[in-house]
Design a protein around this ligand. Sequence first.
Ligand SMILES: [Zn+2]
Length: 121
Amino acid sequence: MDAFLQAALAEARQSLAEGGIPIGSVLVHDGAIIGRGHNRRLQQGSVVLHAELDALENAGRRAAQLYRQCVLYTTLSPCAMCSGAILLYSVRAFPGSLFWCQGFPGCRSRLLPRRLTCVLR
Ligand SMILES: [Zn+2]
């Protein structure tokens, strides 16, 4: 399994260990993880702390150009809110990299028309 997807799965396991929903995500730039996170809705009593947003938040504020070079690995297809953040920051696939989606194909209709690559496994 891809090392970055394994890192996302480790985040999902961390969420489960905390009593949360087991979804994890990592943001990768230039072959390195620059943000990682997991679903914290139950832990924090939050309505917005999905794994993808947690990973983006934990990456800190970055230059817009950097986001366009990033790949977000997540253990579940992004919901409408997270798909919106992905589009806002233009996180996408680039040659040699893939945007990974697992579970339900909810992101296809939102992300594929904008030339992002979703790979269902
Ligand atoms: Zn979400």
